[in-house]
Design a binder for this molecule. Sequence first.
Ligand SMILES: Cc1cc2nc3c(=O)[nH]c(=O)nc-3n(C[C@H](O)[C@H](O)[C@H](O)COP(=O)(O)O)c2cc1C
Length: 391
Amino acid sequence: MARDTWFETVAIAQQRAKKRLPKSAYSSLISASEKGVTVSDNVESFAELGFAPHVIGATEKRDQATTVMGQDISLPVIISPTGVQAVHPEGEVAVARAAAARGTAMGLSSFASKPMEDVTAVNDKIFFQIYWLGSRDDILARMERARAAGAKGLILTTDWSFSHGRDWGSPKIPEQMDLKTILKMSPEVITKPRWFFSFAKQLRPPDLRVPNQGRRGEAGPTFFQAYGEWMGTPPPTWEDVAWLREQWGGPFLLKGTVRVDDAKRAVDAGVSAITVSNHGGNNIDGTPAAIRCLPAIADAVGDQVEVLLDGGIRRGSDVVKAVALGARAVMIGRAYLWGLAAEGQAGVENVLDILRGGIDSALMGLGKSSIHELTRDDILVPEGFTRTLGA
Ligand SMILES: Cc1cc2nc3c(=O)[nH]c(=O)nc-3n(C[C@H](O)[C@H](O)[C@H](O)COP(=O)(O)O)c2cc1C
């Protein structure tokens, strides 16, 4: 009998990913820094927000379509760039296909395991994500490669402070996945035969190179070579942000804003969008949940740039809460990574379907015919919930 691959919640996708992956691969998806205060707050803060549904007044049809950075999307959810998709042999290509099948856009990490050209070939709504790594010329070369590959927007991620050390232990990421490493990992891998054989079928071990940090057609540096170069690169200034935005000339998103003053400076630098984000709890631990920081930022700059949110989205109702509090759309990270690890492309489609279904239920309960009708009054926000940083 065929294995039942469908799952009904993101929590179940997570359990399946945990069961399926070797321990170190699973823990690289959990990531987060230090004690994990921020990553927990990202998720748990959504449960502090409530709804007051109507008993009568639901509309027959409910619309979720919107646009982000000029791209039509069929639900207010896009794929956030993440760099560890080598947990599945098809990695970013499977995610891009799933996003295209469900009518949405994808941020592609510069630390992705697949060349950007393979990803843009299966989804024409790709935003390429850049870290400030190497010289301005290196960054320009990467940006031009993305333009030539057909990327529709650029994402600049600057909220990474090289924190390492987690109370639950960091995963050991090997430099290369050669036979020696696989044999060393064998006690972990032997108990996960389905994961091992998904790679063995392709006669190719997981790719630990980052092809988008190199030139088109080349394998690119190893993850650690690229990471070392990144650590050695002087961090960017606001002038650098404005310069890169100017060089790109198209839709440009600055990822990782939690402060009102930074959001205003991003507007001054000419960006088209920002995402209120703490890198999924991977920046400084103790940063408040992204959703707590959203309302103040949306009030300050929401009429000048597109304001997105990422961090902690696990349900469609979370998306509705974020949109009601001022986000145009949300980006998801771990939710789709768990879907990918559990069931490949179908798992990512499953996650997007769960979110779409949850958004639809919440709209129905609230008596709204569209996500565009949502307002703050639709959400019960407890006193002291929000944080206004840098105002
Ligand atoms: C395993 C992992 C890898 C990530 N890699 C990147 C990356 O390469 N570039 C980037 O801009 N953000 C990266 N992020 C952050 C995500 O884009 C996003 O901000 C975060 O995952 C959102 O929180 P969520 O996982 O709770 O949805 C990563 C996050 C995780 C969990």
